[in-house]
Design a protein around this ligand. Sequence first.
Ligand code: PLP
Length: 393
Amino acid sequence: MKEDLHLDTILIHGSDIDEPFGAAVTPIYQASTYRFRSAAHGAACFAGEELGFIYTRIGNPTINALEKTLAHLENAAKCVVTSSGMAAVNTVYMSFLSAGDHIVSTDAVYGPSRVVIEKYWSRFGIEYSYIDTSNLGNIKKAIRTNTKMLYIETPTNPTIAITDLKLAAEIAHQHNILVVVDNTFCTPILQRPLDLGADVVVHSMTKFINGHADIVAGSIMSKTEELDKIIRSTMINMGCCMDPTQAYMVIRGVKTLTLRVKRQQENAQIIAEWLENHPAIASVSYPGLPSHPQYLTGKKQMKGPGSLISFELKGGYKAGEKLMNSINLILLAVSLGGVESLISHPASMTHSKMNKESRLAGGITDGLVRFAVGIEDVNDIIADLEQALQKCI
Ligand SMILES: *Cc1c(COP(=O)(O)O)cnc(C)c1O
């Protein structure tokens, strides 16, 4: 692989591997174990003196090919892929947090990324502070002598708050704190946290990177080989490895990442502007609109505003339910980043188990709608929204 190729070329050819039949795409090596040529070969493989596969939880040709492409994509030293996005998140927590350590994290992170800290990791003595990291003063205040990790998600979901990654990383590094960024929503096409100072990036590849709503998968990209070694060893020993067929699916999906992200973003900008003038809607939160509170920070660190839109219905909870029951083309579903447009109502769905007070404090209002824009013809998406919104006025 030539190092000076452009990203879009790497997406197509980054996973090319030499194999005896010259297949045009990376084959699925669906094998759990590998035959050694001799006792000496086996010993050399285990000692790391010879490059060879031993066992698929430790390494597999299809999986390794995917890891190589993904490392290029995030400008990382190395990448480790995992069975799901949550496997990636937990592998990172397990790799760098010990009893008595403290984590500072974005309050509106992906729900389970917070739940596992509060419910499980706290049992092993991990302390935590969840704060609005889009306000850098909050980060400074939250740091303690035992803080080991700053874990940021930007933009957040569904509140779409943006944290200045460069400045946040500078604050953390002054205190020797590891900076981890969940880059699922932006993808490396729109934002490259390692270039902005982060040490480790995690992805739910279930979303944009695979992009076809047909598998779950995760990845962890590291700035240095040393960090990757720690993470890989955790992944191997915890057993959160990917399956070769899953890797093949992502290799296939990621080839069109740039095309999909661009089209989704073009659609989202048109839809967000249209929504902002709609009589059923009180407000729209989208980083491509100058009305977004961190519009300038977004412009500085993101190559584009992405394709996640939140909007507030004037009619509150009832209007939210009405809208969900009135759409035809758009799928009523959680998740995001696939080729199809998805819509959800956090108050009655993803965030319904939260008590109302903390839900409202976190910006999840009764009439808030989360919209993940797909690659369909934008006129058809708008027509579906329009007929459904008419019923909410
Ligand atoms: C979906 C998601 C995850 C979890 O990923 P899974 O693949 O569902 O395990 C983590 N972070 C973000 C931002 C997500 O959207």
